[in-house]
Ligand binder design. Sequence first.
Ligand SMILES: Cc1cc2nc3c(=O)[nH]c(=O)nc-3n(C[C@H](O)[C@H](O)[C@H](O)COP(=O)(O)OP(=O)(O)OC[C@H]3O[C@@H](n4cnc5c(N)ncnc54)[C@H](O)[C@@H]3O)c2cc1C
Length: 281
Amino acid sequence: MNAGAVPHRIVIVGGGAGGLPLAARLGDKLGRRGRAEITLVDRNGTHLWKPLLHEVAAGRMDADVHGVDYLALAYWHYFRFRQGTVAGLDRARHELTLAAVNDDDGAVMLPQRVLRYDTLVFCVGSVSNDFGVPGVAQHAISLETLEEAERFHRRLLAACVRADGAAAAGNPTGVDIVIIGAGATGVELAAEIRQTTHVHASYGLEHLDPRKDVRLTVIEAAPQILPLLSEHVAKAATGLLEKLNVQVRTGERVTAVEESGVRAASGAFHPADLVVWAAGI
Ligand SMILES: Cc1cc2nc3c(=O)[nH]c(=O)nc-3n(C[C@H](O)[C@H](O)[C@H](O)COP(=O)(O)OP(=O)(O)OC[C@H]3O[C@@H](n4cnc5c(N)ncnc54)[C@H](O)[C@@H]3O)c2cc1C
């Protein structure tokens, strides 16, 4: 590159499993020597690897402690970080528009901005498919983002506190949690919730027996849980879930999610205070 020339501008949108290592490697290789200017864009200020979200949902992991701070990584790996959701793209002008970012009180923290690029890489991930099952969007939570995992955890705690109060008043209701989809996420989440509700109970839920009163059901349309793994592994995992007092319903196709529970093609209705949609691809 000639002295004084503007370095090639590489903008990477999405600091997830794909974009974050790309920004770090390009930063180390090119940004460090000023051979290119690397900018990573993400709508959030921190990254938590998605496969850990079920631990946040169950309350075993604090995302503030385990999340990776983009600005810190940018400093160590010679790239720039810009927070914002992509609001527009002008490919002819090589301009990317980022929406304004508000703080927790709704005040504008960063205004709408335009980033110019020479090379643009999009790594924005995917969203879960609800396969057109009615009610999923309204009544179920998908653990795809940190916000959703934290929302699930808050709702889990609220449901346990409510049930504890009801039991104290002589009207035990318990908590029904239905997880739809018994892939790795659904299975791990069920086990995590069972383990962590014990911990919650020991912090003052005096009238709730977490093993008995927090009822967990995993529903799977395929004939076995963990459908991508061998029958042998699925059987062993089913045995472990049953030991944890998790009900496993295989061969059960969900047809609707309603406010008070989950309806299946078999005609069964599974009452639920909380529903997790872990069945989308
Ligand atoms: C619950 C769950 C469990 C999983 N478990 C496993 C596992 O055990 N093993 C495994 O290999 N894979 C697992 N996966 C899949 C794995 O997480 C994905 O394959 C991987 O994260 C995809 O990487 P990505 O970079 O394409 O997208 P992501 O990692 O999703 O990153 C996308 C990034 O783009 C940002 N973004 C999105 N839209 C915008 C926008 N408009 N503007 C700005 N930023 C935006 C997001 O904030 C995010 O940081 C799991 C996924 C989920 C949801």
